[in-house]
Design a protein around this ligand. Sequence first.
Ligand SMILES: Cc1cc2nc3c(=O)[nH]c(=O)nc-3n(C[C@H](O)[C@H](O)[C@H](O)COP(=O)(O)OP(=O)(O)OC[C@H]3O[C@@H](n4cnc5c(N)ncnc54)[C@H](O)[C@@H]3O)c2cc1C
Length: 450
Amino acid sequence: MDRRKLIKSLALTGTAPLLSFNTFQAKAKDEGMFAEPAKEIRIAEETDVIVCGGGPAGIAAAISSARSGAKTRLIEFNGCLGGIWTAGLLSNLIDHENKPGIMREIVDRLVASDAQMTAKNYDAEAMKVLLDKMCKEAGVDVRLHTRVVAAYTDRYNRLETIITESQTGREAWKAKAFIDASGNGDLAAQAGCSFDFGHPDSGKYQPSSMMAILTGLDYDVMYENRLFRREGIVGREHKIKLRDEIRKGGIDPSYGLPTLFPIRKDLFAMMANHEYNTHPLDAQQLTDATMQSRIEVNDIIDGLRSNGGIWKDIRIVATSEHIGMREGRRIKGQYTITKEDLIKGSTFKDAVCRVDFGVDVHSIDPNVSKGITNEGVRAKPYDIPVRSLIAKDVGGLMMAGRCISGDFLAHSSYRVTGNAVAMGEAAGMVSASAAMKNTLPQEVSWKNPY
Ligand SMILES: Cc1cc2nc3c(=O)[nH]c(=O)nc-3n(C[C@H](O)[C@H](O)[C@H](O)COP(=O)(O)OP(=O)(O)OC[C@H]3O[C@@H](n4cnc5c(N)ncnc54)[C@H](O)[C@@H]3O)c2cc1C
């Protein structure tokens, strides 16, 4: 009897599912795999726009989509909004000064709530609650503690349904438009989009770093000791000074240009380590890098305290829950920003924002350098076109933040959070319009409101 007939006959006795599962299982086992049985999943919600990831790009995307009138769901894996800003304890904004809209609102509200010493550095706890409030005020439906794990397109290759996992179990969600703001491009990859990864020559990726919040230091004393300028700006000379102090404490930091950002009179953020060659998509490598960097950060602080003097009371308040990954997938879009755009200072009619920040590659090889390089590329201010936010391979999907379409060097420049917010804001407006008109993002005529 052939296999199909056998299954059909056994179906009558109710044993077919068992047989087919076992058949799959045997085949999978031969290939060193486990074949997970298919099952039906509850549809949790049907909405207009779903945003995957609530970092700087994702919160801006969700807020602007909701403000544009679309019913919007934001799904975030962490227990707080903000991504690298909060769970990552970043505490420092870059390339935000020339960004109006949501970025400006965030800075104004942080300043008004006394959450920052300067317009650049902020208190991550204050940022957490501000983002909660802004999402609530905009009417965004927020789901924390939930990871997007799969995505399915319809027969026209338009993204239609995503699957999440959380304490509730596996759930399905449907929307008319989606935005991938996951940093690593998880949603786009799950939906079948092509992407680039790492350095074009070596395939290596920039190192990751663990931020730490410190206390037991005094702002005026640190300023007088040349660890930053009066307004809190940190230059190369301040980083070298901190490195010398850390070395005096007996540790040679894995990041050659460690940085101390003042947040409040008695609160500081430190970035002082590099975990080289940690693959952002490998959970075991991430685990090892997280544990190793937490040890290094603690050793650095113990060493500084042993110096006495201005360091005698230094303590760690917190290390970041999530090690900061600079790299992830760069999803292929309808336009790919390249280093030539940076060199020329390209402008585009469909610009989302202008990037002022230059090429900033953290060393991919500690044997060459433990610092940063621009790989010889001098960037002029350039535009990010909305086309680089629209997925090339799958319909109904935009990207925002560090996973948009760009090459290695361009990414090292546009990835900073001022740009991520502007990208998110634009993606939210375009996706909301596409969802409400039941069309694709590329059919929406984009007009920058600023
Ligand atoms: C160590 C370090 C230092 C940096 N220094 C600066 C700096 O000083 N200033 C600056 O402006 N920029 C800095 N950057 C760059 C900048 O922080 C990032 O490029 C920025 O985080 C981009 O924002 P994003 O929203 O795209 O990504 P992220 O901040 O990474 O946010 C992505 C969010 O998506 C969530 N997520 C991921 N996958 C899923 C999933 N499958 N399901 C649900 N949720 C998911 C994550 O939990 C996270 O909250 C630094 C980056 C690092 C790593």
